[in-house]
Design a protein around this ligand. Structure first.
Ligand code: FAD
Length: 416
């Protein structure tokens, strides 16, 4: 019965704004949305649930996603980019999240990692890494967080020491909670350079504690690189999330991304757009939770026509609550696509991205929580995907900058 519920969602039926006929999106943007729907249609609910239950990454689906073009969608056509805009990428992410497509987060992080290579990479780095990323031959992961450095990125303890004899950096440290980590082929890794770099640090400012943070492109096969603990998490399962361990890991100096000491700038440049991606995903979760709630209510009242259901005493008790949830979904969507539009105008706005990320992830958390309360035990059935969205939404409030920290940064920006 619930499988049928999912297949109805599959056909593109959804509550709230009908994206396809709203007139807000171009034919090209809607073309990407259509491709995302077709992609999701080819994944059965059983496959979706299995990846979550077994905590299993679907490399085959990732490669298929790249073949369609999702893995390099918002990049210029050089090096395999698809020339789409960020709004299109957000529409794809919203659709993937709404349907809990098992590779959604890995595709998001894959784009997050390519972004700084397009922006800061050398011609050699672009040719070597981006071409394989766009084709799906390589999966990329982003290594910033450490056991003692989450929100406070300046507290990074991973060290990189330059060995002039071999023209390599020697990296030591541990990264944690890295999405796609156990399956990825290349990693953008942030480390602090101890001692002298291979070229002088630019822009040294006295008293800046993060002035030595540097971005490196690390390949899975580099000596001294290992996958550490794999995490069996509450939410965002099936994404190979794990620790990365560097023990005298040797990385050629030409794999520094940007300049030594520019790591924070490199990381922030991707995370600003990354938060818009998370906002789109969370809008999809919120929409998916609302869809599941409406479908669940109809399933519970099978003997009634929609008119009878609307006029029933039971529905009267929850009508306003459902209306409130729908408002939150739409508010998340509006802010998300406003943030995406600023990216497309070349004026990515960190504050707006943070607002969208907070609004959408909080909406996803609220809609999924309240939908389960309204449906009771029926809301907990995994086939409905509601409890899955609830678990994933919790993670969304935490990663790529916790919502609490993002609120503080918005406040600070306003004062500045
Ligand atoms: C599913 C998942 C996937 C992830 N994927 C990646 C990845 O691919 N790459 C990566 O690098 N990282 C990844 N992360 C890590 C993520 O970015 C961090 O979890 C996040 O930055 C928060 O850090 P933390 O967990 O150490 O929490 P902490 O920083 O320890 O924060 C704990 C709590 O304290 C609050 N807090 C912290 N500092 C302050 C302060 N100064 N003032 C007020 N409140 C504060 C926070 O808001 C939070 O509520 C992932 C995390 C999750 C859950």
């Amino acid at each position: 019965m619930m499988v049928e519920a999912h297949s109805k969602v599959k056909s593109g039926v959804q509550s709230g704004t009908d994206i396809t006929s709203s007139g807000l999106y171009s034919q090209e943007q809607l073309g990407w949305l259509k491709l995302a729907r077709q992609f999701a249609d080819n994944i059965s609910i059983e496959e979706t649930m299995a990846s979550d239950k077994k905590n299993e990454f679907r490399r085959d689906l990732f490669e298929k996603a790249c073949q369609v073009g999702f893995g390099a969608l918002p990049f210029i056509k050089d090096f395999g980019g698809k020339g789409g805009d960020y709004t299109s990428f957000c529409l794809v992410n919203e659709e993937f999240a709404r349907r809990c497509v098992p590779v959604m987060s890995s595709v998001g992080v894959h784009i997050l990692c390519q972004e700084p290579i397009y922006r800061f990479g050398t011609q050699e780095q672009k040719e070597k890494y981006l071409t394989h990323c766009s084709s799906g031959k390589h999966l990329a992961a982003f290594g910033l967080t450490e056991p003692n450095a989450g929100s406070d990125t300046a507290a990074l303890q991973t060290q990189a020491h330059f060995d002039s004899a071999t023209n390599e950096y020697v990296i030591n440290g541990t990264k944690t909670f890295i999405t796609s980590g156990a399956s990825a082929d290349i990693f953008i890794v942030m480390a602090k350079i101890s001692g002298e770099p291979h070229v002088p640090f630019p822009d040294l400012k006295d008293g800046k504690k993060d002035q030595t943070i540097t971005a490196f492109i690390v390949e899975r096969g580099f000596p001294g690189f290992e996958i550490g603990q794999k995490f069996d998490m509450l939410g965002m399962r099936g994404y190979s999330t794990c620790e990365l361990v560097f023990t005298d890991c040797r990385v050629p100096a030409h794999n520094v991304l940007g300049q030594p000491g520019q790591g924070r700038k490199v990381a922030l440049s991707s995370l600003a757009k990354g938060r818009v991606t998370i906002a789109a995903q969370a809008t999809g979760w919120a929409q998916g939770a609302l869809d599941a709630l409406l479908k669940g209510l109809k399933d519970q009242s099978k003997d009634m026509t929609p008119e009878q259901l609307v006029n029933s005493t039971e529905f009267a008790q929850v009508a306003a609550q459902i209306g409130e949830l729908a408002i939150q979904v739409e508010a998340a969507r509006v802010l998300t696509y406003q943030a995406a539009a600023t990216v497309d105008r070349g004026a990515a706005d960190v504050t707006l991205a943070a607002m969208a990320k907070i609004t959408a992830t909080d909406a996803a958390m609220k809609v999924s929580t309240e939908a389960m309360s309204i449906l009771g035990m029926a809301g907990l059935k995994p086939e409905l995907l509601l409890e899955r969205i609830f678990r994933d939404a919790k993670a969304g409030q935490i990663y790529e900058g916790t919502n609490q920290i993002q609120r503080m940064l918005i406040g600070r920006d306003l004062i500045k």
